[in-house]
Design a protein around this ligand. Structure first.
Ligand SMILES: Cc1ncc(COP(=O)(O)O)c(C=O)c1O
Length: 481
């Protein structure tokens, strides 16, 4: 058989394997919803939960590693750093750590989460467009990698490097030298279908805008002036960006690294940070595009990237977690308005802010389960699936087609493991739901582990200034403090 035939056969085999995976994931989800109801995680007093498929997360991490292993020269250092913003939950970071995945953090909070999960400094990368001097100092003291966003941030790094130590005393130069330092560039290759998640537009706020007049020469000189600047970072993401555009962004960064190394006469840039951004298919259970497709595309478009001369960092977030999370909410009431059925559930803007405010860009699939958590049978009915918040736009889905949801049933918002229930929006002081991981237990029944406790109303009061109840009424009154 010729190579073409083999290639086709491999592709067909790969597609069949992926489909089987997708089917098993959907079956695990159905089992978990049923078990959550049966085991009382989900019920009248806990009417909304987030569920995470541990097996699925492990599988995605393994697929990511395998995809890059398949195209990378043996021995090339590759760090896959999970974008913590996609699912900022410590047990998730710990699970990924066990799967050989590091952390990309973009705030002191995210860094603290990564540290709480036990991530090593060498497996952690700090990116953010607004790092304070204290954050930079801390990162250097810890020895974590930092990608500077702009010339002013580079000047701050200059000062820290000149001082010889992150504490500014000149006392710990060795610690300073541990942090690999890079610069983020915006290749300005264009945006995708969602403006708010397009980072490589001409006017994006991120990185040094490479095609602006004089910018490229400035970047080359910045590396010439700073022998310690050894990484180059770009992120052409995220959702809504075609793979070809992502690859183009990476190709631009690679070409720049080659140019810089040529200009300085040595391999000063030793690592390229390619960012994340693999889009997620929210329209069906198919986990497409795959990491393998993207890695192969990169290898075709930028072959030099994988020949072992550069270490690599990736920063995928959504694609690692989205398909493995499900929000399940009880239908508190089922009613009809203007001839259309409306299910009033406990999942709305507080757990799905993007979808509620921008339904056109972030549509979610809704699955119907009955009161016992079993997939609901029956003809599809056009209906709205609403949340609990006090504004009429609080809809998980408008005109969704699914078996009629009735009081006591459950509505599940699928593919919500990234940027949804982990990103609570506290409108109406609605409580953060509990999040539970699930996997098959030894007895074959679904086993759950608490990832995050549901928020209590006492915690809501405390977070809302409960300890300062009289702070404003006494302000400025003579003799009262
Ligand atoms: C610098 C950087 N890296 C990685 C990511 C993760 O992107 P995604 O979750 O689409 O993979 C983001 C997302 O905003 C980002 O800004």
């Amino acid at each position: 058989m010729g190579t073409d035939g083999e290639g086709t056969e491999n592709a067909v085999g790969e597609a069949a394997g992926i489909e089987a995976h997708d089917g098993r994931r959907a079956a695990r989800r159905d089992e978990a919803v049923r078990a959550a109801v049966e085991q009382g995680l989900l019920g009248p007093d806990s009417p909304v939960v987030g569920l995470l498929d541990v097996t699925g997360i492990r599988e995605s991490a393994a697929a990511l590693r395998a995809a890059f292993d398949a195209v990378t020269a043996p021995g090339t250092p590759v760090l896959h750093a999970f974008a913590v913003k996609a699912c900022p939950l410590v047990p998730v970071l710990r699970l990924l750590r066990e799967e050989g995945i590091g952390a990309e953090v973009a705030s002191p909070g995210e860094l603290a989460l990564a540290r709480a999960a036990g991530l090593r400094p060498e497996a952690t990368v700090l990116d953010s467009p607004a790092k304070t001097p204290a954050e930079l100092r801390q990162a250097l003291a810890l020895g974590i990698a930092v990608n500077a966003d702009n010339p002013q941030e580079l000047e701050r790094l200059d000062a820290l490097m000149r001082a010889g130590g992150p504490d500014g005393t000149g006392g710990t130069p060795a610690a300073t030298r541990r942090s690999p330092l890079g610069l983020r560039v915006n290749p300005q290759v264009g945006g995708g279908s969602i403006g708010a998640t397009s980072t490589a537009t001409p006017t994006s706020k991120f990185g040094v805008a490479l095609r602006d007049p004089g910018a490229r020469a400035w970047v080359v000189q910045a590396y010439r002036d700073r022998p310690w600047l050894t990484r180059l970072h770009t992120h052409t993401g995220s959702q809504g960006i075609p793979l070809s555009l992502m690859a183009q962004g990476v190709a631009e960064a690679y070409a720049l690294a080659e140019e810089i190394n040529e200009a300085v006469g040595r391999r000063q840039i030793d690592t390229l940070d390619l960012g994340g951004g693999l889009p997620v298919n929210f329209a069906s259970d198919a986990a497409t595009p795959t990491y393998a497709q993207y890695a192969r595309l990169l290898a075709e478009a930028v072959p030099g990237l994988f020949d072992g001369r550069y270490g690599l960092v990736t920063e995928f977030g959504r694609s690692l977690l989205a398909k493995h999370g499900t929000i399940v909410a009880r239908v508190e009431y089922a009613k009809s308005a203007g001839g259309r059925p409306v299910a009033i559930t406990h999942a709305g803007v507080q757990v799905a802010a993007r979808t509620v405010y921008m339904p056109g860009s972030w549509p979610l699939r809704i699955a119907a389960y009955d009161a016992k958590g079993r997939p609901k049978e029956g003809p599809d009915v056009t209906q709205d699936v609403a949340g609990p918040a006090c504004f009429s736009g609080d809809l998980l889905a408008e005109r969704a087609s699914l078996p009629l949801l009735e009081q006591g049933d459950h509505a599940a918002a699928l593919d919500t493991g990234a940027y949804y229930f982990a990103h609570h929006y506290s409108y109406n002081s609605l409580a953060r739901p509990g999040v539970y991981g699930f996997a098959a237990g030894t007895d074959g029944e679904v086993a759950f582990a608490t990832v995050r406790e549901p928020q209590s109303v006492e915690e809501i009061v405390a977070e809302s200034g409960g300890a300062h109840a009289t702070a404003l009424t006494t302000l400025g009154e003579p003799g009262r403090r």
